[in-house]
Write a protein that binds this ligand. Structure first.
Ligand code: AMP
Length: 221
């Protein structure tokens, strides 16, 4: 089960990724999380400030930094039965580098939600920093306002969940998604080894409905 999950920020991609990794026992390799871990860690990393500033502005991190981080992560033993790539690849160079490194993808899942709905969702999104659990003030509220359901700790809003940043991220996302899907479509057209199956899922339904639709597709494929 080697998957790429695609979805604009706020499409529900993170929530669905959690369901998939539990159901199929595969690790979720989220580049956003890996990068936020680098920023939070006490390790000396030459790129820490650059990563922090780029994420804050909603810009992409340079390919060489991200490719190294992901390829090293995929060498870990928990990836032996598959993986769920979340947020990677996002550029043509990243897709090429992945193919060169022999990293195979069986399925691409795209969760589609319109931009206007995304913006409404983003404003209310809150996360529990240490577990990655995601809530929404309106659509998926925690039992106690502003607190994680399991630990009771305070929920936070991501620095990059603001209107200006989200508009920038949406426009970057649409451009990168097109490049990526064209790349994989090309592999399919020319029957080049390792082309994945592509599935587009309507992300406007309820969380449970989207999850069931994804599961039924993945079980068949
Ligand atoms: P995400 O949590 O996936 O929305 O990622 C948050 C931010 O991390 C993005 O807006 C980018 O600045 C950076 N980022 C995550 N994945 C990548 C990637 N594959 N390539 C470049 N930048 C990335």
């Amino acid at each position: 089960m080697r998957l790429i999950i695609l979805g604009a920020p706020g499409s529900g991609k993170g929530t669905q990724a959690m369901f998939i990794k539990k159901k199929f026992h595969i690790p979720q390799i989220s580049t956003g999380e890996i990068l936020r871990d680098v920023i939070r860690s006490n390790n000396k990393n030459n790129f820490k400030n650059k990563i922090y500033n780029d994420i804050k502005k909603g810009n992409l991190i340079s390919d060489n930094i991200i490719i190294d981080l992901v390829i090293n992560r995929l060498k870990c033993s928990d990836c032996i039965n598959g993986y769920l790539l979340d947020g990677f690849p996002r550029t043509l160079s990243q897709a090429h580098a992945m193919k060169e490194a022999g990293i195979i993808i069986d399925n691409i899942l795209e969760i589609y939600v319109s931009d206007s709905e995304i913006i409404e969702r983003i404003i209310g999104r809150r996360i529990h920093a240490s577990s990655g659990r995601i809530y929404h003030n309106k659509f998926n509220p925690p039992k106690i306002h502003g607190r994680d359901n399991i630990t009771g700790e305070l929920l936070v809003q991501r620095d990059d969940d603001t209107i200006e940043v989200i508009k920038n991220r949406l426009s970057i996302y649409h451009k990168q998604k097109k490049i990526l899907l064209d790349y994989y479509k090309n592999l399919e057209t020319f029957k080049i080894f390792g082309f994945p199956r592509y599935h587009r899922i309507n992300g406007s339904f309820s969380i449970d409905q989207v999850r069931n639709n994804i599961f039924s597709i993945l079980i068949k494929n």
